[in-house]
Ligand binder design. Structure first.
Ligand SMILES: NC(=O)c1ccc[n+]([C@@H]2O[C@H](COP(=O)([O-])OP(=O)(O)OC[C@H]3O[C@@H](n4cnc5c(N)ncnc54)[C@H](OP(=O)(O)O)[C@@H]3O)[C@@H](O)[C@H]2O)c1
Length: 384
C-alpha cells in the first residue's frame, strides 16, 4: 500500500490519478490533497470519496463539512507536502505555483512523481541537486519523459547518442504562418490527440510545451541540451525514443492516455494492468514523423535559447509564458503575441545566476509583473 499526496488533485492529471487509486484500492491510499480551490464542489466530492488526512487549498473558500484538516493559503501547500506522511508526492499543479510545495517534498525526502514540468524548467539544477542529496527519486509522469525513462532502463547512459522527444504538433501543425494571428481560444484548446488542462493545451499549440519538455529532459536525464531533440509525430503513439551510439533506436509506444505514465511513476519498478485502451497498431495505420517548424512556432527555439543561456533565463521564459498564455485565454492578446512577449522578456528582464530558490521566486515574480505591464493598456496592443 503506497501513501500518496496529490498536488493538483482537481486537474486533468490529478483526477486521472484518483481514478487509478480507485481502481487499485489495495495498492494506493490518498493521504494529502492540494489544489487552488477553484471548484469547491469537486474538492468536497474528492474528499468524500478518498477521505484524505489533510487538504491544502491556496485559495480556500467555504467547503461543506465533513472535510479533513484544512491548510489554507500557499504556505498550506508547502506544509502539506512536507508534513503529511506519503511515500510518493504526485506533483501535478499547473505552473510555477507547484515549485515551493514540490521542493518542500524533496527536501523532506519524499519521492516525487513529476507532472508539473514548469518546476523543473524553473529550478532544474536546484531540484535535481536536492533530490540527489536526499536520495529522492524524481519519477517522470509526462508521457514523453516516461517513455525516455523506460527506453533508458537497463542501458548505459554514456552510450546515449540522443534523446528524441515526440511532439503531436498541436492543432495548428499545418496552418500557414499568416493565419496563426487569427486563431481563436476555442481552436487552440482543441488538441488533436490529448485531453489536458487549458494551459498545457495552449502550450502544445505554440510548441512551448515541447520547449519546456526539452529543458525538463535536460535535467531529469542529466544530458547536455544538444542531445535532446524534437520530432513531430502527429499520431502521438510513439511517446519518445532514445538513440544509442551503435545506431539502435529504442522507442516506447502506447495509446495517448495519461493513466499509463502516471501508473508507471506510482508503481515503478513494478507494473500493474492499467485500465486503459490497448494499442492496436493495425488500427493506428501509418506513423509519420517530420521536423518541427521553429519559424512558425518560435517558442521551441526560445526555450532552447533560455536553456543554453542558463541561470534564471528559463525562469523568465516560464513566467512570461504563463502570463502570456493566461492573457491569450482571456482574449487579451493574439496567439502570435505569446512568443513575442516571451522573446521580449528574455531580452529585457535581467537574467541572474540561479543561486537558490529565493532568487528563482524573485525573478519569477518580477518577470510576471513586467510582462503584465506589457499587456493591453501597456505596450502590447489588444485584440480588437
Ligand atoms: N494534462 C496532461 O495530460 C498532462 C500531461 C503531461 C504533463 N502535464 C503537466 O501536469 C501539470 C498539470 O496539468 P493539468 O493538465 O492536469 O492541469 P489542470 O487540469 O489545469 O489542473 C491544474 C491543477 O493545478 C491546481 N492549481 C493551479 N494553480 C494553483 C495554485 N496557485 N495553487 C494550488 N493549486 C493550483 C488546480 O487547482 P484548481 O482546480 O483548484 O484550480 C488543478 O488542480 C502541468 O504542469 C502540465 O504541464 C499534464
Amino acid at each position: 500500500m503506497k501513501r500518496l499526496t496529490v498536488l493538483g488533485v482537481t486537474g486533468s492529471v490529478g483526477r486521472r490519478t484518483l481514478e487509478l487509486v480507485e481502481h487499485f484500492p489495495e495498492d494506493f491510499r490518498v493521504e494529502g490533497m492540494a489544489a487552488r480551490g477553484s471548484n469547491p464542489e469537486l474538492v468536497a466530492e474528492l474528499c468524500r470519496r478518498h477521505r484524505p488526512r489533510a487538504l491544502a487549498l491556496s485559495d480556500a473558500r467555504a467547503l461543506s463539512a465533513p472535510r479533513p484538516e484544512l491548510l489554507a493559503g500557499p504556505d498550506g501547500l508547502v506544509t502539506l507536502a512536507r508534513e503529511v506522511e506519503a511515500d510518493v508526492v504526485l506533483s501535478a499543479i499547473v505552473g510555477g505555483a507547484g515549485l515551493l510545495p514540490t521542493m518542500a517534498a524533496i527536501q523532506r525526502g519524499r519521492n516525487i512523481a513529476l507532472a508539473n514540468k514548469e518546476t523543473l524548467v524553473m529550478a532544474g539544477s536546484l531540484m535535481t541537486a536536492a533530490a540527489r542529496e536526499r536520495g529522492v527519486a524524481l519519477l517522470p509522469v509526462d508521457s514523453e519523459h516516461s517513455a525516455v525513462f523506460q527506453c533508458l532502463e537497463g542501458h548505459n547512459r554514456s552510450e546515449v547518442r540522443r534523446i528524441l522527444l515526440t511532439a503531436s504538433g498541436g492543432p495548428f501543425r499545418t496552418m500557414k504562418a499568416a493565419d496563426l494571428a487569427r486563431v481563436t481560444v476555442e481552436q487552440a484548446l482543441n488538441h488533436p490527440t490529448w485531453r489536458m488542462g487549458a494551459k498545457i493545451t495552449v502550450d502544445s499549440a505554440t510548441l512551448m510545451n515541447k520547449g519546456l519538455e526539452v529543458i525538463e529532459a535536460r535535467w531529469l536525464f542529466d544530458v547536455p541540451p544538444e542531445k535532446v531533440q524534437v520530432v513531430v509525430h502527429p499520431q502521438s503513439v510513439v511517446h519518445s525514443l532514445v538513440e544509442y551510439v551503435d545506431g539502435s533506436v529504442i522507442a516506447q509506444l502506447g495509446v495517448p492516455d495519461m493513466g499509463i505514465p502516471i501508473l508507471y511513476a506510482l508503481t515503478y519498478p513494478q507494473r500493474l494492468p492499467c485500465p486503459a485502451e490497448r494499442l492496436d497498431l493495425t488500427r493506428v495505420g501509418a506513423l509519420t514523423f517530420e521536423e518541427p517548424d521553429v519559424e512558425r512556432f518560435p517558442c521551441l527555439a526560445l526555450a532552447r535559447q533560455a536553456l543554453l543561456e542558463g541561470g534564471c533565463a528559463a525562469v523568465i521564459l516560464n513566467a512570461a509564458n504563463e502570463v502570456a498564455v493566461a492573457a491569450f485565454l482571456e482574449g487579451r492578446i493574439r496567439f502570435t503575441q505569446i512568443p513575442e512577449l516571451i522573446d521580449r522578456a528574455l531580452s529585457r528582464v535581467p537574467a541572474r545566476a540561479l543561486d537558490d530558490i529565493d532568487t528563482c521566486v524573485d525573478v519569477d515574480t518580477r518577470t510576471r509583473a513586467t510582462v503584465r505591464e506589457w499587456l493591453p493598456g501597456g505596450v502590447v496592443a489588444a485584440v480588437r
